[in-house]
Design a protein around this ligand. Structure first.
Ligand code: GRF
Length: 216
């Protein structure tokens, strides 16, 4: 099978990007990352991309008068590579409906909570405040409503008595680095599809996303 063409959008550290690069390098994902695009010039993920020999681009949102214009520029750059899959990996911008619908079905995101719990920001803090026992991350298709798209796979971590935001975030990151490559692999193998807002795996409606547990 030919290699899938991936584009990764980041805003920060890019540890999820790194996990995907590592799985490609290990031969576990049959894909090429065509470019890594950041809305922030100082995102450390850009260094990770360069170290892996991947092309980078910066589309600085502060240079645009509106979300629409920013998204238009982003789409122009993305379309130059005609990617199969667009991966949001810590990309901290809300995307317009026009942008999302242009790529719907091939646009995925990782969100640091067990969706549908805790959409939006500060998920670790909110989980701790609620004294829940479990937290985690979800890989989902991106649809116009924020963090509301159908979930493909989840990673679960137990909350410990002495956890704070940092310790919890660190364990969520560990499970993210396991589940995001898994989800990308499924997509590159054409095993997963979004139809009428539902996930199908091997043409079967996914009733419950598969959950991976962090064993620590
Ligand atoms: C992750 O926690 C992800 O869930 C969220 O942003 C963070 C990105 O981390 N969307 P990194 O840049 O991949 O290290």
């Amino acid at each position: 099978m030919s290699k899938s063409r991936l584009i990764v959008l980041i805003s920060g550290s890019g540890s999820n990007l790194q996990a995907i690069i590592d799985h490609i390098d290990a031969g576990e994902i049959n894909a090429n990352i065509l470019s890594v695009i950041s809305n922030k010039a100082n995102a450390y993920g850009l260094e990770r991309a360069k170290a892996a020999g991947i092309a980078t681009a910066i589309v600085d949102h502060t240079q645009y008068d509106s979300r629409e214009l920013f998204d238009q520029s982003l789409a122009e750059i993305i379309d130059q590579s005609s990617p199969d899959i667009i991966i949001l990996a810590g990309f901290m911008r809300i995307l317009t409906e026009t942008f999302v619908m242009r790529y719907v079905g091939k646009l995925i995101n990782i969100h640091p909570s067990l969706l549908p719990l805790y959409r939006g920001l500060h998920t670790h803090k909110r989980a701790l405040q609620d004294k829940t026992t479990q937290h985690g991350a979800s890989v989902h298709f991106v649809t116009p409503e924020l963090d509301a798209g159908a979930v493909i796979v989840q990673g679960v971590v137990s909350i410990k008595n002495n956890d704070n935001e940092e310790t919890l975030a660190a364990r969520v990151h560990q499970i993210e680095h396991i589940i995001y490559p898994q989800a990308v692999k499924l997509l590159t193998e054409n095993k997963v599809e979004l139809k009428a807002d539902h996930v199908y795996i091997n043409n079967q409606l996914l009733q419950q996303p598969k959950q991976y547990y962090l064993k620590k």
